[in-house]
Design a protein around this ligand. Structure first.
Ligand code: GDP
Length: 532
């Protein structure tokens, strides 16, 4: 039995989060800088070089290199002011996939990163919706302030309107004639002046000034000071103190301004983040909600990184600890298989190095070697017979049809596709009852199709081509059923069943979704599938 005080202390120390942003907003830059401030690396920019070197030193990494699994950046854990921060990667760009969404199922908070010139962009919106689904606390960082950007009041308006979340600015930018001068910290009531550091490789100098300090007028000019005092008055008049309950439920987001490239504004973000981030919320299981300080060890699998190398079919499962304590060598119950197992090679990801796990508490993410026994969503416990709610199925935006290059391999193909869909590597839709036809693949990111093609060939011996189909939206059907088999003839979309047999409609664009929704007003077309 774990010591309850130890549990409380360890849980309070852990901050597990993700960064949600649109490509190019500066996520990679911010990640490096967080490691810099966490003392995990000396010089930002060295991350990549260090990664390359690290390959030689650890056996685990050697195995990884041989087998071609790249799990380097899936989780980064680093200390910051007595806390243990775990940053779970949300791959963007070409590797945007369901794993990106699933990462948000394993975190307790998110930092929403916005480009000050671009505001709320498409991918940020999608990721935000997933955070909202979990009522997850969200902190906002407006990046690239060193360049001309949008008016901060206008940005806040956009966030509130487009995302439907209240904004509470904690720092506020000082700009004079389009030039960024620094930020005012509304809680500390201090001004931090912006100084460009060489390539942002070291921590930015941090000198605080009072709002009425004479040096301020020198640095910011009269114009800037006047504007700042007006802004501050306006902000103070507009809002009460930050409502921590609303923060915890993701109804209001504290906002910070700065520049990841030049490191400016990051300590202010980090300090508030570790102070204000609420404790992890309880998680729903089939036996009711489980709190992080529950003495029973519970965890679930949220990501499986498959091996791309044909010689090795093994993979790495990423496990999120939700309650209790994991101890080295402990037997755990694989609830779905109803069997006790020992986790093989359990590792943590402390600041670029990988270490064998001694113990794990709620918030920790552990990587374990998976000989093919895990599926996404699997629950692990210390023997307790509880199961976490399945992870939802996220809306695919790319669709394809599998064409066999060698028709003799039909059986292998069928088996392969079913297993890949089960694993959550791709979604599989089939025609509704009463209609013949081929299965349709659905993916959140295009790269998933390449992975499927590769794995079908290497693991199942099935050589295929994937032909693209023109749908780009999928919605699960809730409420009053629709005649799935007849939708297509009415141009309402393509009715199908997902891998769990739940009804789905595929659409060719917003217009078609809207037309269909109008035609069936008692039906809800929802973005997430329930999983099983
Ligand atoms: P990601 O796609 O979100 O990971 O973005 P990156 O971190 O790769 O950044 C995209 C581009 O924006 C790069 O050229 C960065 O150097 C640049 N960038 C990131 N942060 C800042 C910033 O604070 N100011 C400026 N001017 N450029 C930035």
């Amino acid at each position: 039995m774990s010591d309850p005080q130890l549990l409380q202390r360890e849980i309070a120390r852990r901050k597990t989060f993700a960064i949600i942003s649109h490509p190019d907003a500066g996520k990679t830059t911010l990640t490096e800088k967080l490691l810099l401030y966490g003392g995990a690396i000396q010089l930002a920019g060295a991350v990549k070089a260090k990664r390359a070197r690290a390959h030689a030193v650890s056996d685990y990494l050697e195995m990884e290199r041989e087998r071609g699994i790249s799990i380097q950046s899936s989780v980064l854990q680093f200390p910051y002011k007595g806390r243990l921060l775990s940053l779970v990667d949300t791959p963007g760009h070409a590797d945007f996939s369901e794993d990106t969404y699933r990462a948000l199922m394993a975190t307790d908070a998110a930092i929403m990163l916005l480009d000050s010139a671009k505001g709320v962009e498409a991918q940020t919106k999608k990721l935000f919706r997933v955070c909202k689904l979990r009522s997850m606390p969200i902190f906002s960082f407006v990046n690239k302030m060193d360049r001309p950007g949008r008016d901060p009041f206008e940005l806040i308006g956009e966030v509130e309107e487009v995302l439907g979340i209240g904004v509470y600015p904690i720092t506020w930018p000082i700009t004079v004639r389009g030039q960024f001068k620094g930020v005012y910290h509304r809680l500390l009531r201090q001004v931090f002046l912006f100084q460009q550091v060489a390539h942002g490789a070291e921590m930015a100098p941090m000198q605080a000034h009072d709002l009425y300090a004479p040096e301020l007028e020198q640095a910011v000019e009269e114009e800037g000071v006047k504007q700042l005092r007006e802004d501050v008055e306006l902000l103070d008049a507009a809002g009460d103190a930050l409502d921590t309950g609303k923060l915890a439920r993701g109804e209001v987001t504290p906002m910070f301004f700065g520049s990841a490239l030049t490191n400016f504004g990051l300590p202010q973000l980090l300090d508030s983040f570790v102070e204000m981030m609420p404790q992890p919320a309880p998680r729903a299981s089939d036996k009711g909600a489980i709190t992080p300080d529950d003495e029973r060890f519970t965890a679930f699998v949220f990501k499986i990184q498959a091996n791309m190398d044909r010689a090795h079919r093994d993979r790495i499962a990423f496990v999120r600890v939700c309650s209790g304590q994991y101890e080295r060598g402990m037997k755990v119950r694989h609830v779905r298989l109803d069997r006790d197992i020992r986790l093989t090679n359990p590792v943590q990801f402390l600041a670029q190095e990988r270490t064998v796990v001694d113990d794990g508490f709620a918030g920790d993410i552990i990587g374990v070697f998976d000989p093919g026994i895990f599926l996404i969503g699997d629950t692990l416990t210390d023997g307790a017979n509880v199961k976490y709610a399945p992870l939802p199925q996220f809306p695919p935006e790319h669709f394809g049809r599998v064409v066999m290059v060698d028709p003799m391999k039909r059986k292998q193909l069928k088996k392969g596709l079913e297993q890949l869909a089960q694993e959550g590597s791709v979604q599989l839709f089939r025609p509704p009852e009463g209609r013949e036809g081929e299965s349709i693949l659905g993916a959140v990111g295009e790269l998933q199709f390449d992975v499927v093609k590769h794995r079908l060939l290497n693991e199942y011996g099935a050589d295929v081509r994937i032909e693209r189909l023109s749908w780009n939206i999928a919605r699960w059907v809730e409420g009053e059923p629709v005649p799935l088999a007849e939708l297509e003839s009415q141009l309402y979309g393509y009715g199908a069943l997902d891998v769990h047999g739940q009804p789905v409609v595929l659409f060719k664009g917003d217009w078609q979704l809207e037309t269909c929704a109008k035609a069936f007003p008692k039906t809800r077309f929802v973005e997430l599938g329930a999983g099983a």
